[in-house]
Design a protein around this ligand. Structure first.
Ligand SMILES: NC(=O)c1ccc[n+]([C@@H]2O[C@H](COP(=O)([O-])OP(=O)(O)OC[C@H]3O[C@@H](n4cnc5c(N)ncnc54)[C@H](OP(=O)(O)O)[C@@H]3O)[C@@H](O)[C@H]2O)c1
Length: 186
């Protein structure tokens, strides 16, 4: 059975974006990006909330992104090769290949996807992922903690979810970011 992984880059106080919607402090440097690429490489399907999807489409629609560095080109290729499901009631059409739109998050459909998939799945951003957390569908948390306190904004983890975890992996980076991977415990 494939795993569903929640992945996010968060401030130390638990936000993916500040009150103004900014997250420039979360942009990975080359070392972190290389690590992220290796985590993303084996993933088969991304489950996206519409807002996070809109921040990611450039990896396919804007060729100048990949031109910045070999590590960004590598990520663009990994991203384009993966399947994407975008959850949205408003998005008319997807602007990327290998992408389909779902109007509702159906936990049973995701459970079935996990049981049929040969490769792991990733879910994000936080608003969409909250549905997966509440349905008990998330198997692993992969969090990159940035050396930043923003005081408020978009929470990386939802309220009213209680979950015991076991630490799977950790890693520190030169720019002060720390990677923490946990699996859920029953
Ligand atoms: N820290 C970082 O590295 C980083 C990187 C990129 C982005 N960000 C931030 O993260 C934010 C994205 O996270 P988010 O939590 O705001 O949004 P999100 O979860 O990515 O997307 C929310 C949208 O997904 C759709 N959706 C959610 N639940 C649904 C359901 N049950 N059924 C159908 N559609 C559903 C809705 O789209 P519709 O409104 O279309 O119906 C909703 O507005 C961005 O806005 C950005 O600020 C941070």
């Amino acid at each position: 059975m494939a795993k569903l992984i929640y992945s996010a880059i968060t401030s130390l106080d638990g936000y993916v974006a500040d009150v103004d919607g900014n997250f420039e402090w979360a942009v990975p440097d080359e070392e972190v990006h290389t690590f992220i690429n290796d985590l993303a490489r084996p993933v088969g399907t991304h489950l996206y909330g519409r807002r996070l999807y809109e921040t990611m489409v450039g990896w396919e629609t804007d060729p100048t992104l990949a031109d910045h560095s070999p590590v960004m080109r590598d990520f663009a290729e990994i991203w384009q090769a993966a399947d994407k499901i975008v959850y949205s009631k408003t998005l008319e059409t997807a602007s990327t290949a290998r992408t389909r739109i779902e109007r509702d998050f159906d936990p049973e459909a995701v459970r079935q996807m996990k049981s049929l998939a040969a490769r792991d799945l990733i879910v994000g951003g936080p608003e969409l992922a909250a549905h997966a957390f509440r349905a008990g569908l998330v198997d692993e948390y992969h969090l990159f903690v940035a050396p930043m306190v923003v005081g408020g904004g978009k929470q990386s983890l939802p309220d009213n979810v209680r979950q015991q975890l076991a630490l799977l992996d950790e890693r520190r980076f030169g720019n002060g970011m720390v990677y923490l991977a946990y699996r859920t415990r029953p």
